[in-house]
Design a protein. Sequence first.
Length: 182
Amino acid sequence: MKKLLIVVDMLNDFCHEDGVLSKSIDRDVLYAGLIIDNIANRVEVYRADEYPIIWLCDSHAKDDKEFNRFPPHAIKDTWGAEIIAQYNPISIKSSTFEMIMPKTRYSGFYGTNLEYQLFRLSPTEVEVVGVCTSICVMDTVGGLANRDYDTVVHMNCIADFNPAAHMAAIDRMASLYGAIII
């Protein structure tokens, strides 16, 4: 079995206490704080086995239309758009089996070469982790389903600023997209 890990938006603006979108809507807590170590463990497993890892990273222009719906975040070439330090971005840049893929929309497939990389790497299973469950994680899992990839999502490796949307997205990924939820 050839596995591939997609890490979605584990960036300072979503995960660091000073990040623009790091707090949940119902409590003033760092919603991604609970999954950072769990994802670090998944990353280490993939690194040890030398399975490919794709880091999907929001990278917006200063005037992105998405900012009509959300506060400006993950603006290209800013601290907020950087992968959190816990995941050792220096190691990522020097790795032959990890790649950073900037994206400008919810789905990791929109305007990126994700589809080509998946074709090139031909995984038999794709695991998706990160934030936000109800937006970028779910839309990327939907794109994987549309391309017939077997997809796994670990519940302790996804988070959302909206707890109700988080649960609805998990249900949708399992029932509609056929993702295996662990």
